[in-house]
Design a protein around this ligand. Structure first.
Ligand code: TYD
Ligand code: MG
Length: 476
């Protein structure tokens, strides 16, 4: 059913839609149960303007043609977040009038990070506002004291209502605003549940609109929960200027702030932090930290050079192969992509005749880093070989390279920065793709061992170590 209404002199088409108030799934007709999320009695009938018209109103863009040369932009300097690693991840500081979405699991440290950043910004003389829909002002004050934040420029607004927040923010001269969290804010004009996709989208759109009309920058915090994955920040990614994820493994103190979209800088920038008693502390030299607890003289361990964004990080990959077990062995990995592990195991079985089918395989990247880059394939394979054969890989050997299905070792990107980081930390044997390393000369004392096929890996890996045991079927 379509009806015409006149608004601002523009004919706007309104349409009736059926939407689940829990997951915001759209339906053609009313149903008692949402086929998407399975919730009963959640489908509601709504009347709303066609999406094309809504977009024009939200962005406030003029539709007149303009030559590129006549368009000017704000050249005022970026605001420093006061935390070096945060600035790096943002691509060089906070851009005015930008909206940054920071997503992450509950308890990972989003509130802590943003409070620390606001504390530094406030200390440098800028007015900041922390809008919380989750915590009381006493809780925030307690945390601020713990983090050593004490500035008269730091303001707190405890509110869940979007209209009330917008009204306050429009009147202030704050430079940076944090909204914690976008799921906890709801609008009176939207009848969906707080935290539903529809509400989250509405809140983010209204706040983005507000920021674009003013001069401040805004950080939106979004939870990624198992349940809320539907209502999580994923739906907002196209609305905001920058999307960052704050990640880390539970039980590990290290946290990585990763930028996955940035309209004002290169994406895939990365900042590394450690969660301490006094809040988050920057880790300026992640490679050193990740390698500091490396077990000496143990099989199944190797170091690889990954590149996160433009930043090289050396990390230890550990593998444990045990068995045999009845039937197919279990594969478990913390860090690497399970699909890539399956591929590497298949190549090792086929090309090196390693008996892995009925073995339980565990692979772990130390420090809770995600080694999803294909360049860590060869290191994962090396750790597996080292565990199966119980032979130790040299402490100062570094391995990197992508493995193809035919067992060929393929070239990787940014090899210079990987090699520089390896040299800085004293690695003296570098095993990597021939295509990358053929023309490379490194300082004397560093040996480069180019590899073209996985079949060569055994001879290259164990040049210095003595075999602890003959290569045999483990457990046999
Ligand atoms: P928090 O910032 O509240 O997480 P989020 O906002 O992402 O839900 O962080 C909560 C965790 O951080 C909590 O488990 C305690 C820990 N933490 C510290 O270890 N040290 C600190 O100084 C602070 C403030 C928190
Ligand atoms: Mg929080």
């Amino acid at each position: 059913m379509l009806q015409k209404l006149s608004r601002d002199g523009v004919d706007v088409k309104n349409e009736v839609v059926f939407e689940c108030s829990k997951c915001s799934n759209r339906l053609l007709k009313w149903m008692g149960r949402c086929p998407h999320c399975g919730e009963w009695n959640s489908v509601v009938e709504k009347t709303e303007p066609a999406s094309r018209v809504r977009f024009r109103q939200a962005s406030g863009n003029e539709s007149a043609l303009k030559p590129l040369s006549e368009i000017s932009y704000d050249t005022s300097p970026r605001i420093s977040a006061g935390i070096g690693e945060f600035d790096v991840a943002l691509g060089g500081g906070i851009v005015r009038r930008s909206v940054v979405l920071i997503g992450g699991d509950p308890g990972i440290g989003k509130t802590t990070l943003l409070m620390q950043a606001l504390g530094s910004i406030a200390a440098s003389g800028n007015m900041v506002i922390y809008v919380s829909g989750e915590e009381s002002s006493e809780q925030i004050k307690l945390r601020a004291d713990r983090l050593g934040i004490n500035s008269d420029n730091f303001f707190i607004l405890i509110e869940n209502d979007l209209e009330a927040i917008s009204e306050t923010l429009e009147k202030t001269k704050a430079q940076v605003i944090v909204v914690d969290s976008v799921q906890s804010i709801s609008s009176r004009s939207n009848d969906s549940h707080p935290g539903s996709v529809s509400q989250v989208r509405h809140v983010a759109s209204a706040l983005t609109d507000l920021v674009k009309r003013g001069t401040c920058a805004c950080f939106l915090i979004g939870h990624v929960t198992k349940e809320g994955a539907i209502a999580g920040p994923k739906v907002l990614e196209h609305m905001v200027d920058t999307v960052m994820y704050f990640e880390g493994e539970r039980g590990h103190p290290y946290r990585i702030l990763r930028s996955v979209k940035n309209r004002f800088g290169s994406s895939n920038e990365l900042g590394v932090f450690e969660m301490c008693d006094c809040g988050l502390v920057e880790v300026r030299n992640p490679s050193e930290l990740f390698l500091s607890e490396r077990a000496k003289n143990s099989s199944g361990s190797v170091v690889t050079a990954m590149v996160e964004g433009v930043r090289p990080i050396l990390a230890e990959i550990q593998a444990l192969v045990t068995g045999p077990t009845p039937g197919q062995g279990r594969r478990s990995c913390l860090g690497p992509d399970p699909q890539r592990l399956a591929l590497i195991v298949a190549v090792l079985e086929k090309k090196l005749s390693l008996p892995l089918f009925d073995q339980d395989i565990f692979v772990n990247v130390v420090g809770g880093i995600k080694a999803t880059e294909p360049s860590s394939d060869l290191a994962i394979a090396s750790a597996l070989i080292s565990s199966v054969t119980d032979r130790v890989i040299g402490e100062r050997t570094l391995v990197f390279g992508e493995i193809g299905l035919a067992g060929e070792i393929r070239r990787v990107s940014r090899v210079e920065s990987r090699l520089n980081e390896a040299m800085k930390l004293g690695f003296n044997i570098i095993i990597g793709p021939k295509a990358n390393l053929d023309s490379k000369t490194l300082s004397s004392g560093t040996r480069i061992l180019p590899i073209t096929n996985i079949s060569e890996i055994m001879t290259l890996l164990f040049q210095e170590s003595k075999p602890k045991a003959k290569m045999s079927r483990p457990g046999a």
